[in-house]
Design a protein. Sequence first.
Lengths: 112, 116
Amino acid sequence: QPVLTQSSSASASLGSSVKLTCTLSRGHSSYIIAWHQQQPGKAPRYLMKLEGSGSYNKGSGVPDRFSGSSSGADRYLTISNLQFEDEADYYCETWDRNTLVVFGGGTKLTVL
Amino acid sequence: QVQLVESGGGLVKPGGSLRLSCAASGFTFSDYYMSWIRQAPGKGLEWVSYISSSGSTMYYVDSVKGRFTISRDNAKNSLYLQMNSLRAEDTAVYYCARPGWLPDYWGQGTLVTVSS
């Protein structure tokens, strides 16, 4: 069954860029994932679906500052020109016909 | 625009029952699988259940099997989660989401607190 591994925390300065990583477990490196953002006290928000090829499809209204990429089992979310409103928890998610839906543990992003 | 609005949360004693509802609008509800996802206080996201577009097939996380039942009424554009034999560890905000996996829309959530 797929397992998604995320760092528990990350930080970057206002106006800089940050790259968050979600790593798929062995044998699942081809899986599509989704990235979701959860700002403090709010519901999650879909950001994008990201394929193993690096191709991604963003949700409605997601700023151009958000992009995705892939390398092997790693799926990345890059946020450019960081804003204070980007301070949030970021979750990756995947699906498997046997284990169904799986979420990563989430990365708490702090904007300095 | 797509809207998902949950209701039905509240305080319930251990062993009690609660029925959550999710009212959908802005899209053809009957075309989509739908899911429930929860988040315990201070914790991450946990998928709970999803249901096929017709309502004929349902899937559950192991921890709720036999206690929770997902259902839908396509005529009313509504999704439901019947929760029985509730435990303290079921305390969470419950989100309705579309579709069943890799959801692109989430509701605002409804809080369920299981406590004596």
